[in-house]
Design a protein around this ligand. Structure first.
Ligand SMILES: Nc1ncnc2c1ncn2[C@@H]1O[C@H](COP(=O)(O)OP(=O)(O)OP(=O)(O)O)[C@@H](O)[C@H]1O
Ligand SMILES: [Mg+2]
Length: 159
């Protein structure tokens, strides 16, 4: 699935719809360059999970835990240099628990990701407006068809 977002609000809304509908134990991997919109997307997911506090990039602590309808484990792999640092964290407990795991810069360490996951590449759409982003859903995990249809309604690419 490919979605197009022409504003921060739309990216956030896509995240929110996802957050509202995610099953416990879903891992959402987010890729994209600096400023692509991963954290914007993560804020939307948090909103959809009824997290009441402001979500920021957890760059310096590897992971922030938020409590909403379910727990949200917000990782950022950007500053990590060794995969071993992740192994020490016991990622499986997060991935296969009852919360939602969301990982920025997930493609830095693809080897640690579970095979069943939602994975999205957010790409700046240079040829278009400054605020334009293309969201490539590379993996759809166990997302339901009805949810996929809802997402397409919010942000069809139209190109
Ligand atoms: N369509 C859009 N979707 C998301 N963000 C957008 C969009 N258009 C413009 N922006 C802007 O792009 C920036 C995205 O920042 P954000 O922190 O989410 O990026 P990031 O991918 O998390 O970067 P980093 O790798 O540094 O964590 C924000 O300043 C936001 O306002
Ligand atoms: Mg970020």
């Amino acid at each position: 699935m490919v979605l197009k977002s022409t504003s921060e609000e739309t990216t956030s809304k896509i995240g929110k719809i996802l957050g509202r509908n995610l099953q416990p134990g879903t891992v959402v991997a987010l890729n994209g360059e600096l400023g692509a919109g991963k954290t914007v997307f993560a804020r939307g997911v948090a909103e959809g999970l009824d997290v009441q506090v402001v979500v920021n990039s957890p760059s310096y602590v590897i992971m922030n835990l938020y409590r909403g309808r379910m727990e949200l484990y917000h990782f950022d792999f950007y500053r990590l240099e060794e995969e071993e640092e992740l192994q020490e964290l016991g990622l499986e407990e997060y991935f296969y628990g009852d919360g939602i795991t969301l990982i920025e810069w997930a493609d830095k360490f693809p080897g640690v990701l579970p095979t069943t996951r939602v994975e999205i590449d957010i790409v700046k759409d240079d040829e278009d407006l400054e605020n334009s982003r293309i969201l490539y859903f590379k993996h759809l995990g166990k997302l339901e068809e009805s949810l996929i249809e809802e997402l397409k309604k919010v942000a069809s690419p139209g190109y």
